[in-house]
Design a protein around this ligand. Structure first.
Ligand code: CA
Ligand code: CA
Ligand code: ZN
Length: 270
């Protein structure tokens, strides 16, 4: 265990963060959830850092989780975990599509780490290679902030949100694929700033009836879009894409939310 922490220290990340401020959740190192291990080093994080733009509770997301630099990806993998190649590895891209700087290492032990009031680390991992650990994740804290702000906005409108399910968060390029079939080859999901979400308070795995019209359809996803619209208005720095998706045979309606840096909207017809 000592060695493990030492390795992390060498990778430039502290092993744990303990929030000293009173109230709210405690964001600590991965082992704290099991309560079995004592962190070797403690750092105090200010309330400002912890709360982020949304003012919602947030761990200083990435400072205390083990990270691997982008260069640790060799032949499209880190260890056994297949990641693939970003467009920026094959051709010149604009700044927004440059390769991510690195990856959060997600282990079976740390996957339940709470990254904000409503989200855990595992919510954002790519849904593939179920038995392969660790997995590697790109996740921008602006995305988490925006999602928390959208939840806050929905609640201000009287829409209770106990659970917002992330259907798809980060997608490795390997999983995302080269595009086609309506899926973008330069998807924001590959850059850790996009999530496909729905509100699911009743836990049936599908969107709830957010607008109270007695049906669950794309209009409920539009409620999320409208909330995101207001969030972007008050937080232009979180501008990005918002798309509405109808139910298909394989999934219910959902909304795509990202923080790509410029406004984009789709799926609004009909
Ligand atoms: Ca539901
Ligand atoms: Ca409805
Ligand atoms: Zn999406």
């Amino acid at each position: 265990m000592r060695l493990r922490f030492l390795v992390r220290a060498l990778l430039g990340c502290s092993a744990s963060i303990v929030i000293s401020q009173s109230g709210g959740a405690l964001y600590a190192n991965e082992s704290s959830h099991q309560g079995a291990r004592k962190a070797p080093a403690e750092a105090v994080v200010t309330d400002t850092v912890r709360r982020g733009i949304s003012g919602k509770l947030r761990g200083p997301l990435f400072s205390y989780l083990a990270k691997r630099p982008f260069e640790d990806k060799v032949n499209g993998r880190i260890g056994q975990y297949l990641i693939g190649f970003w467009p920026g590895e094959q051709r010149r891209t604009t700044v927004a599509y440059q390769n991510p700087a690195g990856f959060i290492e997600v282990t079976q032990e740390n996957q339940n780490t709470q990254v904000s009031e409503h989200f855990r680390l595992r919510d954002f991992i790519t849904h593939d290679q179920a038995r392969t650990w660790p997995k590697y994740l790109v996740l921008r804290d602006e995305l988490v902030d925006k999602l928390e702000l959208v939840i806050q906005q929905l609640e201000n409108q009287g829409v209770v949100v106990r659970r917002m399910t992330v259907m798809s968060g980060f997608r490795t390029p390997q999983y995302n694929g080269p595009g086609g079939d309506g899926r973008s080859g330069v998807s924001r999901h590959m850059y850790g700033d996009a999530a496909d979400v729905f509100v699911d308070n009743d836990g049936d795995g599908r969107m709830d009836d957010l607008n109270g019209d007695g049906r669950v359809d794309h209009r409920d996803a539009r409620v999320i879009l409208s909330a995101a619209e207001l969030v972007e208005r008050s937080h232009p720095e979180l501008s990005g894409g918002v798309g509405v998706y109808r139910a298909t045979a394989s999934h219910g309606p959902f909304a795509h939310v990202d923080v790509r840096g410029w406004r984009a909207r789709w799926g609004l017809t009909g």
